[in-house]
Design a protein around this ligand. Structure first.
Ligand SMILES: NC(=O)c1ccc[n+]([C@@H]2O[C@H](COP(=O)([O-])OP(=O)(O)OC[C@H]3O[C@@H](n4cnc5c(N)ncnc54)[C@H](OP(=O)(O)O)[C@@H]3O)[C@@H](O)[C@H]2O)c1
Length: 268
């Protein structure tokens, strides 16, 4: 990709994105720049990732074609408004800030090309699930750029902005639920006599393998579940317990609760 990508903010999400872009050779290190507030972050980015990092956002806005806003949501207004003169309408601005609507971004910098992204924490190990939504002035070419960046840190899906709270409830929040499932499965293993470390690793690898099996076969999860439940066997005994314990309803309600909270929090 022959363009310069600039990061406003160099924390967890920006670091994941920089590492993904470099690992997938989307851009050379020299074509990426970043900024942050503290010397310690600057040192980590420059020495750890090999990307030039400024203590000022202006050179990043001025020196990049694609700018990724990766500061906390309450810092977005300040970085955009303070640097408004360096933002031309040719630049593509990608915001990963949770809860900051496209209409809000377009109010801060009118006529600019914005894309709103909802990544998740698994982006930090390059297995993220991200959604993106084009702003009023962003083009299909911009969508292709965003997709290539997000696909470097996992998978991406284009959605309309009215779906973003549902995405937040599902892929945004469910890494926490999945960590709880891994922990609980490991507790089951420990209860039945396995050492804790082994139980945790067995549980995690089983979750990873199950997800991969679904993604690679494309078979419906119910078909895959049925395929491992032998008549009168061990697995169907466990399935019965999960159905009696309302596992499905609990997960459905968890996604709903998170989506409802996301909607409440992103009100103007
Ligand atoms: N982490 C996730 O899993 C995740 C998931 C979904 C969405 N997001 C979104 O991603 C964004 C970043 O989250 P994060 O977890 O990466 O946060 P983070 O680790 O706290 O990073 C924030 C970064 O912003 C920098 N910063 C703050 N004010 C700045 C300014 N005025 N100019 C330049 N840099 C500035 C900070 O610099 P210093 O390091 O020097 O303080 C820090 O590097 C948030 O809006 C969040 O909603 C994150």
């Amino acid at each position: 990709m022959s363009m310069r990508i600039g990061f406003i903010g160099a924390g967890k999400m920006a670091t994941a994105m920089m590492e993904g872009i470099i690992a997938k050779s989307l851009c050379a290190k020299d074509d990426i720049i970043a900024c942050c507030r503290t010397e310690s972050t600057k040192k980590r980015v420059e020495e750890g990732i090999g990307v030039e990092c400024f203590l000022d956002a202006k050179p990043v806005f001025e020196g990049s074609d694609v700018i990724i806003i990766a500061v906390k949501p309450n810092q977005v207004k300040d970085v955009l408004v303070t640097n408004i003169e360096a933002i031309t309408t040719k630049k593509l601005i990608i915001s990963v800030a949770a809860g900051v609507k496209i209409s809000t971004l377009e109010k801060y910098v009118p006529d600019c090309k914005f894309v709103r992204v909802m990544p998740n924490v698994c982006s930090t190990v390059l297995e993220g699930a991200s959604s993106f939504t084009l702003g009023t002035n962003a083009t299909r070419e911009d969508a292709a750029i965003v997709e290539s960046i997000l696909n470097a840190i996992g998978m991406s899906f284009e959605i309309s902005e009215d779906k973003i709270d549902a995405v937040t409830g599902l892929s945004g929040s469910s890494p926490a639920y999945m960590f709880m499932v891994i922990d609980a499965l490991a507790d089951g293993g420990v209860l039945m006599g396995l050492p804790r470390d082994l139980a945790l690793r067995l549980a995690a690898q089983t979750m990873l393998g199950s997800a991969k099996t679904y993604l690679e076969t494309g078979l419906h999860p119910d078909v895959l579940k049925d395929s491992v439940c032998s008549p009168g066997g061990t697995t169907i005994e466990g399935v019965k317990v999960l159905e009696e314990s309302n596992l499905r309803a609990a997960l459905i309600n968890a996604v709903k609760a998170s989506a409802v909270k996301s909607k409440e929090m992103s009100k103007d």
